[in-house]
Ligand binder design. Structure first.
Ligand code: FEO
Length: 173
Protein backbone atom coordinates (compact mmCIF):
# COMPACT_ATOMS: atom_id res chain seq x y z
CA UNK A 1 0.00 0.00 0.00
CA UNK A 2 1.39 3.44 -0.89
CA UNK A 3 1.50 6.34 1.49
CA UNK A 4 0.49 9.15 -0.85
CA UNK A 5 -2.30 10.90 0.98
CA UNK A 6 -5.29 11.45 -1.23
CA UNK A 7 -6.98 14.87 -0.88
CA UNK A 8 -10.57 14.59 0.35
CA UNK A 9 -12.07 16.38 -2.67
CA UNK A 10 -10.30 13.96 -5.01
CA UNK A 11 -11.29 10.93 -2.96
CA UNK A 12 -14.92 12.01 -3.18
CA UNK A 13 -14.73 12.59 -6.93
CA UNK A 14 -12.99 9.28 -7.59
CA UNK A 15 -15.50 7.40 -5.48
CA UNK A 16 -18.35 9.12 -7.31
CA UNK A 17 -16.84 8.20 -10.67
CA UNK A 18 -16.15 4.64 -9.48
CA UNK A 19 -19.89 4.28 -8.85
CA UNK A 20 -20.73 6.05 -12.10
CA UNK A 21 -18.80 3.39 -14.02
CA UNK A 22 -20.71 0.65 -12.20
CA UNK A 23 -23.95 2.44 -13.10
CA UNK A 24 -22.87 2.53 -16.75
CA UNK A 25 -22.31 -1.25 -16.61
CA UNK A 26 -25.82 -1.65 -15.25
CA UNK A 27 -27.26 0.43 -18.10
CA UNK A 28 -25.37 -1.52 -20.77
CA UNK A 29 -26.57 -4.75 -19.20
CA UNK A 30 -30.19 -3.54 -19.57
CA UNK A 31 -29.56 -2.53 -23.19
CA UNK A 32 -28.07 -5.96 -23.91
CA UNK A 33 -31.17 -7.70 -22.60
CA UNK A 34 -33.47 -5.38 -24.56
CA UNK A 35 -31.56 -6.24 -27.75
CA UNK A 36 -31.68 -9.96 -26.95
CA UNK A 37 -35.44 -9.67 -26.56
CA UNK A 38 -35.66 -7.93 -29.95
CA UNK A 39 -33.68 -10.76 -31.56
CA UNK A 40 -30.65 -8.58 -32.16
CA UNK A 41 -27.92 -10.95 -30.87
CA UNK A 42 -25.06 -8.89 -32.32
CA UNK A 43 -26.07 -5.74 -30.46
CA UNK A 44 -26.84 -7.79 -27.33
CA UNK A 45 -23.34 -9.23 -27.36
CA UNK A 46 -21.83 -5.84 -28.03
CA UNK A 47 -23.60 -4.16 -25.11
CA UNK A 48 -22.75 -7.05 -22.81
CA UNK A 49 -19.11 -6.55 -23.73
CA UNK A 50 -19.51 -2.85 -22.93
CA UNK A 51 -20.95 -3.72 -19.52
CA UNK A 52 -17.84 -5.81 -18.81
CA UNK A 53 -15.62 -2.93 -19.90
CA UNK A 54 -17.43 -0.50 -17.60
CA UNK A 55 -16.85 -2.83 -14.66
CA UNK A 56 -13.17 -2.89 -15.61
CA UNK A 57 -13.19 0.93 -15.62
CA UNK A 58 -14.65 0.92 -12.11
CA UNK A 59 -11.97 -1.57 -11.06
CA UNK A 60 -9.24 0.69 -12.44
CA UNK A 61 -10.41 3.54 -10.17
CA UNK A 62 -11.02 1.13 -7.29
CA UNK A 63 -7.46 -0.19 -7.50
CA UNK A 64 -6.10 3.36 -7.52
CA UNK A 65 -8.01 4.11 -4.31
CA UNK A 66 -6.85 0.84 -2.72
CA UNK A 67 -3.23 1.57 -3.65
CA UNK A 68 -3.61 4.87 -1.80
CA UNK A 69 -5.07 3.32 1.32
CA UNK A 70 -8.75 4.00 0.64
CA UNK A 71 -11.49 1.38 0.39
CA UNK A 72 -13.87 2.30 -2.46
CA UNK A 73 -17.46 2.63 -1.24
CA UNK A 74 -19.89 0.73 -3.47
CA UNK A 75 -23.17 2.64 -3.48
CA UNK A 76 -26.73 1.77 -4.46
CA UNK A 77 -27.33 1.93 -8.20
CA UNK A 78 -30.72 3.16 -9.45
CA UNK A 79 -32.54 0.86 -11.86
CA UNK A 80 -31.42 1.50 -15.43
CA UNK A 81 -33.78 2.28 -18.26
CA UNK A 82 -35.17 -1.00 -19.66
CA UNK A 83 -37.87 0.25 -21.99
CA UNK A 84 -37.00 1.50 -25.46
CA UNK A 85 -39.20 2.19 -28.48
CA UNK A 86 -36.47 1.30 -30.97
CA UNK A 87 -32.82 0.42 -31.41
CA UNK A 88 -32.24 4.06 -32.31
CA UNK A 89 -33.42 5.07 -28.83
CA UNK A 90 -30.98 2.55 -27.35
CA UNK A 91 -28.12 3.96 -29.42
CA UNK A 92 -29.02 7.52 -28.44
CA UNK A 93 -29.21 6.51 -24.80
CA UNK A 94 -25.71 5.04 -25.03
CA UNK A 95 -24.44 8.26 -26.62
CA UNK A 96 -25.98 10.44 -23.89
CA UNK A 97 -24.54 8.17 -21.21
CA UNK A 98 -21.05 8.44 -22.64
CA UNK A 99 -21.33 12.23 -22.95
CA UNK A 100 -22.35 12.37 -19.28
CA UNK A 101 -19.54 10.02 -18.37
CA UNK A 102 -17.01 12.33 -20.03
CA UNK A 103 -18.33 15.18 -17.89
CA UNK A 104 -17.85 13.01 -14.79
CA UNK A 105 -14.27 12.15 -15.73
CA UNK A 106 -13.50 15.79 -16.42
CA UNK A 107 -14.94 16.83 -13.03
CA UNK A 108 -12.72 14.25 -11.31
CA UNK A 109 -9.74 15.48 -13.27
CA UNK A 110 -10.46 19.11 -12.36
CA UNK A 111 -10.55 18.14 -8.67
CA UNK A 112 -7.19 16.40 -9.08
CA UNK A 113 -5.69 19.45 -10.82
CA UNK A 114 -7.01 21.85 -8.17
CA UNK A 115 -5.62 19.64 -5.38
CA UNK A 116 -2.30 19.15 -7.24
CA UNK A 117 -2.91 15.41 -6.96
CA UNK A 118 -0.51 14.17 -9.63
CA UNK A 119 -1.10 10.41 -9.26
CA UNK A 120 -4.84 10.87 -9.77
CA UNK A 121 -4.22 13.14 -12.76
CA UNK A 122 -2.02 10.53 -14.43
CA UNK A 123 -4.53 7.76 -13.71
CA UNK A 124 -7.34 9.88 -15.19
CA UNK A 125 -5.40 10.61 -18.39
CA UNK A 126 -6.27 7.08 -19.51
CA UNK A 127 -9.97 7.78 -18.94
CA UNK A 128 -9.90 11.12 -20.77
CA UNK A 129 -8.44 9.37 -23.78
CA UNK A 130 -10.85 6.46 -23.45
CA UNK A 131 -13.86 8.81 -23.42
CA UNK A 132 -12.87 10.26 -26.79
CA UNK A 133 -13.17 6.72 -28.18
CA UNK A 134 -16.36 5.97 -26.27
CA UNK A 135 -18.06 9.11 -27.57
CA UNK A 136 -16.83 8.37 -31.10
CA UNK A 137 -18.24 4.81 -31.24
CA UNK A 138 -21.59 5.83 -29.77
CA UNK A 139 -21.90 8.67 -32.32
CA UNK A 140 -21.01 6.20 -35.10
CA UNK A 141 -23.57 3.73 -33.81
CA UNK A 142 -26.31 6.39 -33.79
CA UNK A 143 -25.41 7.36 -37.38
CA UNK A 144 -25.40 3.73 -38.56
CA UNK A 145 -28.70 2.90 -36.90
CA UNK A 146 -30.23 6.10 -38.26
CA UNK A 147 -29.12 5.07 -41.75
CA UNK A 148 -30.67 1.58 -41.38
CA UNK A 149 -34.19 2.63 -42.23
CA UNK A 150 -35.80 -0.78 -42.79
CA UNK A 151 -35.95 -3.97 -40.70
CA UNK A 152 -33.68 -5.82 -43.13
CA UNK A 153 -30.99 -3.16 -42.82
CA UNK A 154 -31.06 -3.40 -39.03
CA UNK A 155 -30.63 -7.18 -39.17
CA UNK A 156 -27.70 -6.73 -41.57
CA UNK A 157 -26.15 -4.29 -39.14
CA UNK A 158 -26.68 -6.75 -36.30
CA UNK A 159 -24.96 -9.53 -38.24
CA UNK A 160 -22.13 -7.16 -39.13
CA UNK A 161 -21.55 -6.39 -35.44
CA UNK A 162 -21.59 -10.06 -34.56
CA UNK A 163 -19.00 -10.85 -37.23
CA UNK A 164 -16.86 -7.95 -36.04
CA UNK A 165 -16.92 -9.19 -32.43
CA UNK A 166 -16.13 -12.73 -33.52
CA UNK A 167 -13.16 -11.50 -35.57
CA UNK A 168 -11.86 -9.57 -32.55
CA UNK A 169 -12.23 -12.56 -30.28
CA UNK A 170 -10.32 -14.79 -32.69
CA UNK A 171 -7.48 -12.29 -32.95
CA UNK A 172 -8.55 -10.17 -35.91
CA UNK A 173 -8.59 -6.37 -35.86
FE1 FEO B 1 -16.34 3.89 -18.62
FE2 FEO B 1 -18.15 4.03 -21.30
O1 FEO B 1 -16.85 4.74 -20.14
Amino acid sequence: MGDTVIPEAVRKELNRQFNHELMAAHHYEAMAWWCAHQTLPGFARFFRKQATEEREHAARIGRHLIDRGICPAVEAIPAPRCDFASLLEVARHARTMEQNNSRGIHAAYEAAVTAKDYPAQVMLHWFIHEQVEEEAWTAEMVARVEAATCAGALLDLDRHIERLLEAKETGGS
